[in-house]
Design a protein around this ligand. Structure first.
Ligand code: IVH
Length: 690
């Protein structure tokens, strides 16, 4: 292998010479494609060997390599969206009201729209779609995408050209990339679209450069010097100039041909190199496009035919019962593994026996399976025509599969059946112990599902009360936490450390960890901040509990019920005796400072944090927001005031962008915490104050 420094020298010299020749007007030394290829090799080399990134590198001199700064960029022409149709009839209706000589049919790429502005043939700015009028500057990142030319080639390149296209993460690379993320302890992306969005929204182009993104162009915005007769002619010119166009695009003349195109790609939707969520049909002639015009949202000359969420067939092998931490026994389908909407599925919940009856599925049936919202697998029903008589009706269990206790209805008319043996049913205990260690509760890293099972099966714990009294001698008797020599292994040491640290956790985490029905993190935080200690919560009246914001009568009743059970109280006592703090420190406001206002920089402000931040864990960020009187929301809506976008942010970032919400990076977030909205309304990546 060539020495990296030598290769760097070679490349850099060649590129500098080529650049001089190009701008000096002499005979070109390198073709544009070869130039781009070498630039990328140089960028990759410098990504691997940062010490080579010296000031005299061409990567440091040329305008396109500037840092992506997410600064607002006004598109010269608005970027419109598309209207949708969802079936053949709607498509026919659109074709009937939009007659044309010929239609241009394309794949609808499931990625992110970008606008590339070329000035005198050079990539000047690349921006996200944003609200259609203004996007964000992602030039540095787009410039790293393979196949996106930095310079257009040809004698007839216009002096100004805006092209629109879709950036996507190729499907072939997605699985592998995700596996690599998991292997290095990072979160996986839900789908290629999120991966593309996360990769494009990187502050550092070197990270984007390392991702296998691609782009395909699907339109032209502002342009000077040339007039295209049709969209297809425009694509031909774009392709000649070096821009990546799709090879699946067809010019078709009859409605039948259009329908056939739609049907064909519906059947072969997984054969494209990228995810597709439909087909786009455009009137080809630009004069006709102009005549038809656009609504405020979308052109009248184009339509997106959206494919339905994917459904597949598979065999339902068995219906089993799973037990949750509250004892709820839920039937779920075990199926022959099948690929649906990009991942392999072998299990799907059936919720309760009524659902099984309502869906009419039997064991051995071929069933229709889809992913609800393209995420959660759902069994829709049986394919009755494929039955051969060997299928068997499902009979709901009458006894807990874990401890054999007879299942009961909590209340008359309840659809769920529960195991009432809450204290010692092994599966409930295991689930409770596992839940208690979760990130949203005690966050005990060294206690997972396997560890929880081990602690119970080795007889060390009868319920969660004994957790904080575990000793090194105890752990030496387990499988997961013991070392060969008869002591504790590294995980065991970690568990003991974790348990010690957890004793000082805030009260709300204790409340969540107790597995009190209906008491999740939100209610727990509200209770903790109102009452300050577990004792006070226990002593509070129904009314006091119920009128706590975010609590209400149902949770109040759950709390009251919970404290009447003696072994519940025994858990609290055992934890307290082992040193678990059951109260929050109350910070007294300084003289003259209003308690409600002191440090409450985010009162009335809703913030969504997405992706991973360097200086905050997910819960840490949430706590920081809450501590300043703000609301930490889980999903982005018009009511969100700020969206903080970290590394690998996915659909929430995209949604924020679509809604035109102020987006902050980590530095902006820190300022927001310190100074409140006024502190970030100008720069720092925030588009506007709420
Ligand atoms: S044409 C004015 N063509 O779909 C016409 N859009 O749902 C606007 N998209 O914002 C776009 N593939 O980001 C067009 N072949 C294609 C497309 C495509 C994907 C995206 C595009 C648009 C969105 C609308």
């Amino acid at each position: 292998m060539t020495n990296p420094a030598t290769r760097w020298q070679e490349l850099n010299q060649e590129l500098l010479a080529a650049s001089d020749a190009y701008y000096g007007g002499s005979e070109p030394i390198l073709s544009d494609a070869a130039y781009d290829e070498r630039i990328r090799e140089l960028q990759a080399l410098e990504a691997d060997h940062p010490e080579l990134r010296r000031p005299d590198s061409v990567t440091q001199q040329v305008a396109f390599t500037r840092e992506t700064d997410f600064a607002p960029v006004a598109h010269l022409q608005r970027m419109l969206s598309l209207d949708n149709v969802f079936n053949g009839e709607e498509l026919d209706a659109w074709l009937a009201k939009t007659p044309a000589e010929s239609y241009l049919c394309e794949l609808k790429i499931d990625g992110l729209a970008v606008n590339l502005r070329y000035v005198d043939g050079r990539l000047a700015v690349a921006a996200t779609r944003g609200d259609g009028r203004t996007g964000e500057d992602v030039t540095g990142n787009v410039a790293t995408i393979a196949g996106v030319p930095h310079r257009l080639r040809g004698a007839d390149v216009p002096s100004l050209l805006e092209v629109r296209g879709e950036v996507f993460f190729p499907r072939a690379e997605f699985a592998e990339f995700n596996d690599a993320l998991s292997a290095t302890g990072h979160n996986r992306f839900a789908n290629p679209r999120n991966a593309a969005a996360g990769s494009l929204r990187q502050k550092d182009p070197r990270i984007t450069a390392a991702r296998p993104l691609r782009m395909i162009v699907h339109g032209v915005g502002a342009v000077t010097d040339v007039e295209f007769g049709s969209q297809s002619a425009a694509y031909e010119a774009l392709s000649r100039w070096g821009l990546p166009v799709s090879d699946a695009t067809r010019v078709l003349t009859t409605a039948d041909q259009v329908r056939e195109y739609v049907a064909h790609h519906g059947e072969h939707r997984h054969e494209a190199s990228h995810e597709i969520d439909g087909v786009v049909v455009k009137v080809d002639a630009l004069a006709e496009q102009d005549r038809l015009g656009a609504t405020s949202r979308a052109p009248r000359w184009a339509i997106a035919y959206k494919y339905p969420p994917e459904e597949v067939h598979t065999r339902l092998l068995d219906i089993r019962i799973g037990g949750g931490r509250t004892g709820r026994c839920t039937p779920f389908g075990a199926m022959e593994p099948v690929l649906v909407a990009g991942s392999t599925v072998a299990m799907a919940t059936l919720h309760n026996a009524h659902e099984v009856a309502r869906k009419g599925v039997r064991l051995g049936d071929v069933v229709v399976l889809r992913k609800a919202g393209d995420v959660i697998p759902e069994i829709l029903g049986p394919v009755e025509s494929l039955r051969d008589g060997s299928e068997r009706e499902f009979v709901m269990a009458t006894h807990c599969p874990s401890c054999g206790t007879r299942l009961v209805q909590q209340r008359l008319g309840d659809k769920d059946l529960r195991c009432p043996n809450a204290r010692s049913c092994p599966s409930q205990l295991r689930e409770r112990l596992f839940a208690l260690a979760a990130r949203g509760a005690f966050d005990i890293e060294a206690l997972g599902a396997v560890g929880a099972r081990d602690l119970l099966e080795s007889g060390l714990l009868v319920d969660e009360g004994g957790l904080f009294s575990l000793t090194a001698e105890d752990l030496a008797r387990t499988t997961v936490y013991s070392s060969r020599g008869g002591g504790v292994n590294a995980t065991g040491v970690k568990l003991l450390e974790n348990l010690e640290a957890v004793k000082q956790q805030p009260l709300w985490r204790v409340l969540v960890a107790l597995s009190i029905r209906n008491v999740g993190p939100t209610a727990a935080r509200a209770l903790a901040s109102r009452f300050g200690s577990l004792e006070r919560i226990r002593e509070a009246s129904m009314e006091e509990l119920a009128d706590t914001e975010g609590v209400g009568a149902v949770i109040a009743q759950s709390l009251k019920d919970w404290f009447t059970v003696d072994w519940h109280v025994a858990i609290v006592e055992a934890w307290r005796a082992a040193g678990v703090r059951m109260a929050d420190e109350v910070v007294e406001p300084a003289d003259g400072e209003d308690a409600a206002v002191g440090g409450q920089t985010l009162a009335g402000i809703t913030v969504v944090v997405t992706g991973s931040l360097e200086g905050f864990t997910r819960d840490g960020a949430k706590e920081a927001i809450l501590a300043r009187g703000g609301k930490a929301a889980g999903s982005v809506s018009r009511k969100t005031h700020f969206v903080v976008v970290g590394e690998n942010a996915g659909s929430k970032a995209t949604k924020a962008e679509e809604l035109g919400l102020p987006i902050l990076d980590e530095a902006g977030f820190v300022k927001l915490l310190e100074l409140g909205p006024a502190g970030v309304s100008g720069d720092d990546g925030a588009a506007a104050a709420p």
